[in-house]
Design a protein around this ligand. Structure first.
Ligand code: GLN
Length: 486
């Protein structure tokens, strides 16, 4: 193989490994060579599991030599966000409180990747417990944006997005509770898919807000996202919220046009305050969809203005309950200087959690406390229902919704760290799909004048991934988007 293996898609890599044109070990080594060159600047990984990866790759090659049938992701190098359990490897969620916590089992999504003969390269950096939009809340390191090292990769799955953008891997897993796959995908110029709530098992994903969390892929092509979803999706008896539905097929058929597709532009998403370069690029992308034959019409999602406030009641409430288990007794770090059990909780949690995580625990504990529960939590649940109804009504008129993924291009380090609300507003366009449970994806749609990536967000109704991915692939075939130069 003379072409650089790191330029190939996951679909293509699996093909050449299956056919024997290249071995899984050679594919892994090519990606490690690139990773080792770029990682000192990008800092996408918390741990690189090279020995394990190379022995997995050799096992794939061995299986082929013995005539065994190889899986859908044969020899494809994949990175895993460090809030998903990979047996025998530390899961830290980029938090000091989980340092030293070695996973005792594989998350279902991870187990399915392994069963499909993928090769796991390492665990990627994130905002602590997936709380943030820039990966700056990691307790361990700052991941940089491969398009501009002075800027953030987005978050919370910043490490996974950056690793795919920098071509250290063709595919990575992330999790999306309020935008954590789509927002970093937009910032890093890659494809990021948040599946429908229930499409992918959450078993082995460290819970942030269980009613919003979804696992999904990052890739450089839409077909790779479809392939990954076909492997990780589907019912899992270990997660009662996983749906009894077959995931969409592995091989995506790319429509040659979008005739008959109705695309809605939500009035409430093209608002004052959105960066002019974002708006221009997204409107141009919508013209590309029109040029492919789609019908474009205005729709309204009237409760959009409550999305961020609703999310910042519900997500912290669930987080405050989910994070109660990190008490220094069962997992990871434990303060051994404490004299009493209560003091041990205080010292472990006080020293183990970072400031954003503590802020969320306090917000959530407050919203759930007696006397405030009805005014905050119960009310937010009702608003969440109204937002789901908004989408249902819109999807009775259109097949897909198109809008920006983020209100701004990737920002600089430190730009929003002093102002939590400014950071929270990064997810103003992504949060509604989590609250309603819809599938949505971000696909690169252009660059700013300064050369920074911008994302188009496409949203479908629940379980509309096939329609979503095929429209995105038609757009991808004609969109103007340059490859990252290095
Ligand atoms: N940025 C949002 C938050 O901080 C969303 C994070 C996520 O999707 N995990 O909660």
């Amino acid at each position: 193989m003379s072409a650089d293996l790191t330029e190939l898609s996951a679909v293509r890599l699996a093909e050449i490994v299956r056919s024997g044109e290249a071995g899984a070990e050679a594919v892994a080594l090519a990606h490690f060579a690139r990773l080792e060159r770029l990682e000192p600047t990008v800092k996408a990984f918390l741990v690189v599991t090279k020995d394990r990866a190379l022995s997995q790759a050799r096992a794939v090659d061995e299986k082929r030599r013995k005539g065994g049938a190889l899986g859908a992701l044969a020899g494809v190098p994949i990175a895993i966000k460090d809030n998903l359990q990979v047996e025998g490897v530390e899961t830290t969620c980029a938090s000091n409180i989980l340092k030293g916590h070695v996973a005792a089992y594989d998350a279902t999504a991870v187990a399915r990747l392994k069963a499909a003969d993928a090769v796991l390269i390492g665990k990627t950096n994130l905002d602590e417990f997936a709380m943030g939009s820039s990966t700056e809340n990691s307790a361990f390191q700052k991941t940089t944006n491969p398009w501009d090292p002075a800027r953030v990769p987005g978050g919370s799955s910043g490490g996974s997005a950056a690793a795919v953008a920098a071509r250290m891997v063709p595919l990575a897993l992330g999790s999306d509770t309020g935008g954590s796959i789509r927002q970093p995908a937009a910032f890093c110029g890659v494809v990021g898919l948040k599946p429908t709530y229930g499409r992918v098992s959450r078993y082995g994903l460290v819970a942030f807000a269980s009613s919003l969390d979804q696992v999904g892929p990052f890739s450089r092509t839409v077909a790779d996202a479809a392939l990954a979803l076909s492997v990780i999706g589907g019912r899992d008896p270990m997660d009662a919220t996983s749906a009894r539905r077959e995931p969409p097929p592995a091989a995506l058929s790319v429509p040659k046009d979008l005739k008959g597709l109705r695309v809605g532009l939500p009035r409430e998403y093209f608002i004052a305050g959105i960066d002019p370069e974002v708006e221009t690029a997204v409107r141009a992308a919508v013209e590309v969809l029109r040029g492919l034959g789609a019908t474009i019409k205005d729709v309204s999602l009237p409760h959009t203005k409550y999305a961020v406030s609703t999310y910042y009641i519900l997500a912290p409430s669930e987080a405050s309950a989910n994070l109660a288990r990190f008490d220094g007794v069962r997992y990871g770090a434990s303060d051994r200087t404490a004299k009493t059990l209560e003091e041990s909780y205080e010292l472990t949690r006080g020293g183990g959690f970072g400031p954003e995580v503590k802020r969320r625990i306090m917000l959530g504990t407050y919203a759930l406390s007696s006397g405030y529960y009805d005014a905050y939590y119960a009310k937010a649940q009702r608003v969440r229902t109204l937002m789901a109804v908004d989408f249902k009504e819109a999807f009775s008129e259109v097949d897909l919704i198109a809008c920006p993924t983020t209100p701004t291009p990737p920002f600089r380090f430190g730009e929003k760290t002093e102002d939590p609300v400014a950071m929270y507003l990064s997810d103003v366009f992504t949060i509604p799909s989590n609250l309603a449970g819809n599938a949505s994806l971000s696909i690169p749609c252009g660059l700013t004048a300064a050369g920074l990536p911008l994302g188009l967000q496409l949203i479908s109704d629940v379980f509309g991934e096939t329609k979503l991915l095929s429209a995105a692939s038609a757009f991808e075939a004609v969109r103007p988007f340059p490859a990252l130069k290095d």
